[in-house]
Design a protein around this ligand. Structure first.
Ligand SMILES: NC(=O)c1ccc[n+]([C@@H]2O[C@H](COP(=O)([O-])OP(=O)(O)OC[C@H]3O[C@@H](n4cnc5c(N)ncnc54)[C@H](OP(=O)(O)O)[C@@H]3O)[C@@H](O)[C@H]2O)c1
Length: 240
């Protein structure tokens, strides 16, 4: 029996587009308030206008620890609580190990690995004090198996999956559930110009951001007597 999210507050990183924005819409539809974090504040403003009084925004860069503290502070200041954190911000660039620039490699590691740790470290003390909370990490199928043209991206996503497994063991007894969603190809702005193009074959066959957002909502709506550890999901058209 699932529960609704009325009265809860969820912080979402990478909420300015794609899966993060779709997740915000899905969670507000279930009754949650959301704090939207990302760098493109114009996008966040537009989404917050659409969602009304259930949404607050924080201009933030997940690579900067203090920015994640501000996300948590905004949830407490605006809505009085933080119940869950969706760690979704991420970047990807496709190409072989020698094809990528140093900057692309650094950006993927700083955003996808460090940018996962900082929001979690900002949220955990409050969750422990409250006696529970939820952390949902949007990783990837690339975090479950490597692929030739995305080894570095896969390394960052394996890091997220490993982190989640360890945190589940570390935090479960504090009532904190740690879940990982591993989507396959999803039609968003992700990796556009860095291995994907808007007209690439296959984009139309990918999952939608709404498909993944529904999974995040489902995980959060599970009764607190159970936890989802890892949910791997792919389009019916995607093999391997
Ligand atoms: N699309 C796929 O095929 C796919 C498949 C599996 C997993 N994923 C994962 O899903 C997550 C969301 O990606 P998406 O597909 O929704 O792509 P997207 O539309 O490009 O969204 C990425 C989000 O991350 C944010 N972001 C990137 N760098 C950031 C930074 N330094 N600080 C704060 N926010 C940052 C972006 O916001 P700003 O640029 O405004 O900061 C944007 O909101 C990523 O972790 C990605 O690895 C995607």
């Amino acid at each position: 029996m699932t529960r609704d999210l009325i009265g809860t507050t969820v912080g979402i990183t990478g909420a300015s587009s794609g899966i993060g924005a779709a997740t915000a819409r899905a969670l507000v539809a279930e009754g949650a308030s959301v704090v939207l974090g990302a760098r493109r504040v114009d996008r966040l403003d537009d989404l917050a206008s659409e969602l009304g009084s259930s949404a607050a925004i924080v201009e933030m860069d997940v690579r900067i620890p203090a920015d994640s503290q501000r996300l948590v502070e905004e949830a407490i200041g605006r809505f009085g609580r933080l119940d869950a954190l969706v760690v979704n911000a991420g970047v990807g660039a496709y190409g072989g190990i020698m094809d990528l620039s140093d900057e692309q490699i650094k950006e993927m590691i700083d955003t996808n690995v460090s940018g996962t740790l900082w929001p979690i470290r900002a949220a955990v003390p409050g969750f422990v004090e409250a006696g529970g909370g939820d952390i949902v990490i949007v990783a990837s199928v690339a975090g479950l198996r490597g692929a030739g043209d995305e080894a570095v991206y896969a390394a960052t996503k394996f890091a997220q999956v490993g982190l989640a497994g360890g945190l589940d063991r570390e935090l479960r007894e504090s009532g904190i559930r740690v879940s990982t969603i591993c989507p396959g190809g999803t039609a968003t702005e992700f990796a556009m110009g860095a291995g994907r193009t808007p007209d690439m074959p296959g984009l139309a066959d990918m999952m939608s951001a709404d498909d993944v957002a529904a999974a995040v909502a489902t995980v959060l709506m599970q009764p607190r007597s159970m936890r989802t550890l890892l949910w791997s999901m792919r389009s019916i058209h995607e093999d391997d």
